[in-house]
Design a protein around this ligand. Structure first.
Ligand SMILES: Cc1ncc(COP(=O)(O)O)c(C=O)c1O
Length: 364
């Protein structure tokens, strides 16, 4: 079956409209519900009125503003890094890092479930790429080679499984074996750790390189690489996705700063997520397809791709939107619905979803 885009008529909200029907949206990465928050919309509108809509150039030309600099200060102070470079997407940030830092003769060690942006850049960068078994640090150690310049990469929260990596142990191994460490915190920042600090909130040790994205908990889009001053200087000179790409706008940087403050102060959003997550778990933990996670990502693993699509279609008829994920995006025989919860869901939305899933599971 060919992939195709879905045309939503009402933007990204917890309930959206398509072809005249309304759907409860359990497919969005807008975990904290910021994408449709009136507070954030208002802040973005004010910034647009004052600063306009486009940056007009790449950061090294005239695309970098005082608003970018202030976002950089807030982010680096919060997460404890020297500096940050902004990108138009997490895909671009990951590609920029791997393609700029690695070349022939280097070694790249990646968790085998890392995101496609990391795997693809790894395949393109010329380094010798090896994948370690998912979250298996003994395997990572066995692949380390002291004589080779090595970058090891993992995610904080795995996007298709919703499980966590042990960042502290990962960074510890990298330090012991003399490898540079990189963590992709796309699904962690804003959601996990005290005050939504993400990977940095669950580990005493910081990776050398942290990628955060703004299209998930921040409710917007864009991304940043956080790193040392020296690394930042190097990337500023040589990261082609940075040098040769239009910066996001000053108004966008303002909206991101506002989203950051909301993430830091509106604890109720994470508390609501925890409540919804507990309700989901309580209703469904007896079902064969259920996988327990401590994040808002709830994989519903069916195995067979056709059955997964049948469930997806049946849910849509009931006005519930989930996304079927099939191999090769996930390993063979592990087709699933990738269900995501958001602080903008109501308790009854989750119960409605759980009832539908339970019925399908019982029908076998
Ligand atoms: C782990 C991970 N890294 C990076 C990305 C890419 O981020 P963006 O959507 O901002 O390009 C994604 C996207 O879903 C992701 O799941």
């Amino acid at each position: 079956m060919l992939r195709s885009v879905q045309i939503l008529e009402s933007g990204n909200q917890s309930v959206f409209h398509k072809d005249g029907q309304s759907f409860l949206n359990f497919s969005s990465n807008d975990y904290l519900g910021l994408a449709s928050s009136s507070e954030l919309k208002h802040s973005y509108q004010q910034a647009i009125a004052e600063l306009g809509v486009g940056s007009g150039a790449s950061p090294l030309v005239t695309g970098y503003s005082a608003q970018h600099e202030s976002l950089k200060s807030a982010l680096t102070e919060w997460l404890g890094f020297d500096t940050a470079l902004f990108f138009s997407s997490g895909y671009a940030a990951n590609q920029a890092l791997l393609l700029t830092l690695l070349s022939k003769g280097d070694l790249l060690l990646q968790d085998r479930l890392n995101h496609a942006s990391l795997m693809e850049a790894g395949a393109l960068c010329g380094a010798d790429m090896k994948r370690f078994r998912h979250n298996d640090l003994a395997h990572l150690k066995s692949l380390a080679r002291a004589e080779r310049s090595t970058l090891a990469v993992t995610e904080s929260v795995f996007s298709m499984d919703g499980d966590l990596s042990d960042i502290e142990a990962f960074v510890g191994v990298c330090q012991t074996y003399g490898m540079l460490s990189m963590v992709d915190d796309a699904h962690g920042l804003g959601v996990i750790g005290d005050n939504g600090l993400g990977a940095c909130g669950i580990s005493e040790l910081k990776p050398d390189l942290l990628v955060v994205t703004f299209g998930k908990a921040f409710g917007l889009n864009g991304a940043a690489i956080l790193c040392s001053e020296e690394m930042g200087q190097y990337l500023t000179q040589f990261a082609r996705h940075y040098v040769y790409s239009t910066a996001f706008s000053a108004a966008h940087a303002c909206a991101l700063s506002h989203a950051l403050t909301m993430i830091q102060t509106q604890h109720w959003r994470r508390e609501k997520l925890l409540e919804l997550s507990a309700e989901f778990d309580e209703s469904l933990s007896g079902c064969a397809e259920y996988i327990s996670t401590t994040t808002p990502i709830k994989p519903w693993i069916i195995g067979d791709a056709t059955r997964t699509l049948t469930l997806c279609t049946s849910l849509r008829k009931q006005g519930v939107w989930t996304t079927a994920i099939r191999p090769p995006t996930v390993p063979k025989e592990s087709a699933r619905l990738r269900i995501t919860l958001s602080a903008s869901h109501h308790h009854q939305d989750v119960l409605m979803l759980a009832n539908q899933l339970k019925r399908f599971s019982e029908e076998g």
